[in-house]
Design a protein around this ligand. Structure first.
Ligand code: TYM
Length: 336
């Protein structure tokens, strides 16, 4: 008998979920559900590492839950839950903080990028990757399906796990692997194909396709997409082809076709105008049913809460005892 692989991944509830999140992560969570034991987490504690409007954060958290279900997360196959509903995350993060050298955190590129843009940096932002490490480790996850930008955080998680294991108990934590898709791992901004599509820029006109955008808006954003002054529709790493390459990558990830089939689809295209319209059409086709299902789920808040409570219960049953075991190993006295 083969044992099922264990999967953990997370997504922040702030900013608008966009096509990069979908193609880089969520689509793969949905695809892998059948064969594995899955934990998918709405990481609201991570969102607090930059300042938030409380009412907005509450709304976004529930809205994201509805969106993940609409994308195809099946509560019968996966535990979908809100991070702050499971006490292990905040508690266990403290324990991991006490085995993680500061220098490891100061080296994280996302921390450096985000901190450079802020006047006053919160301690939570530096600690962000430790909270994330706990997310993964408390579920004994073997696999962490993420986009390219999270690879360094998963590598740090491995280092923290190894350090804890060498200090306290050889095989206590499973050493997880990042699973990065071959396509869609790094969807770039439509307005600037040199920067990744990001939630923080998702409200900037023409930057992102948000999963809740109406077809007209999607078409408009693709038509405005930055390309180059040539005409060649090819996959290419050349810097000047970054825009076209991004559009073809999105089409490839959206349709699931290989590169030869994608290029064949565009063999009769008359320039970039055609390319943009056809990519937009492929994306609209995937997002239409997701958007409709999202609105249905948001119309039934009691059912949404019920599903989230069930997910949290399943998650807590795994993570809380794991953190209690950590406490014991580290010398804390457990309450009797
Ligand atoms: P977040 O919320 O920024 O993004 C969620 C997922 O979407 C992927 N992603 C992208 N993929 C391709 N192209 C893009 N332009 C793009 N933008 C985002 C991200 O790589 C991610 O997989 N720190 C995490 C959340 C987190 C987590 C975890 C993930 C917290 N704990 C434990 C995995 C395991 C984050 O901020 O993701």
């Amino acid at each position: 008998m083969t044992t099922k692989r264990r999967v953990f991944s997370g997504i922040q509830p702030t900013g608008n979920i966009h096509l990069g999140n979908y193609l880089g992560a969520v689509k793969n969570w949905v695809a892998g559900q059948e064969k594995k034991i899955n934990y998918f987490c709405i990481v609201d504690l991570h969102s607090l590492t930059v300042s938030q409007d409380p009412d907005d954060l509450r709304f976004q958290t529930r809205s994201l839950a509805a969106m993940l279900l609409a994308c195809g997360i099946d509560p019968d196959k996966s535990a979908l839950f809100i991070q702050s509903h499971v006490r292990a995350h905040a508690e266990g993060c403290w324990l991991l903080n006490c085995v993680t050298p500061l220098g490891w955190l100061q080296r994280m590129t996302q921390y450096k990028d985000k901190a450079a843009k802020q006047e006053s940096v919160l301690a939570g932002l530096l600690d962000y990757p430790v909270l994330m490490a706990g997310d993964i480790l408390f579920y004994d996850a073997d696999e962490v399906p993420v986009g390219e930008d999270q690879k360094q955080h998963v590598e740090l998680t491995r280092d923290i796990a190894q350090r804890f294991n060498s200090l306290y108990g050889r095989d206590f934590f499973v050493i997880p692997k990042p699973i990065i898709p071959e396509i869609g791992a790094r969807v770039m901004g439509l307005d600037d194909p040199t920067v990744k599509m990001s939630k923080s820029l998702a409200d900037k006109r023409g930057h992102a396709i948000r999963l809740l955008d109406e077809p007209k808006e999607i078409m408009r954003s693709f038509k405005r997409a930055v390309t180059d002054s040539g005409r060649e529709i090819i996959f290419s790493r050349a810097p000047e082809k970054a825009g076209v390459n991004n559009l073809l990558g999105i089409y490839k990830a959206a349709t699931g076709e290989d590169e030869t089939a994608v290029l064949a689809d565009f063999a009769d295209a008359r320039g970039y105008g055609d390319l943009k319209v056809r990519v937009a059409e492929a994306v609209i086709e995937i997002l239409n049913p997701i958007r409709q299902r999202y609105h249905q789920l948001m119309d039934d808040p009691a059912e949404l809460d019920r599903l989230l409570a069930r997910g949290a219960e399943q998650a807590a049953a795994v993570a809380n005892p794991k953190v209690d075991a950590m406490k014991e190993m580290m010398g804390l006295v457990l309450p009797r």
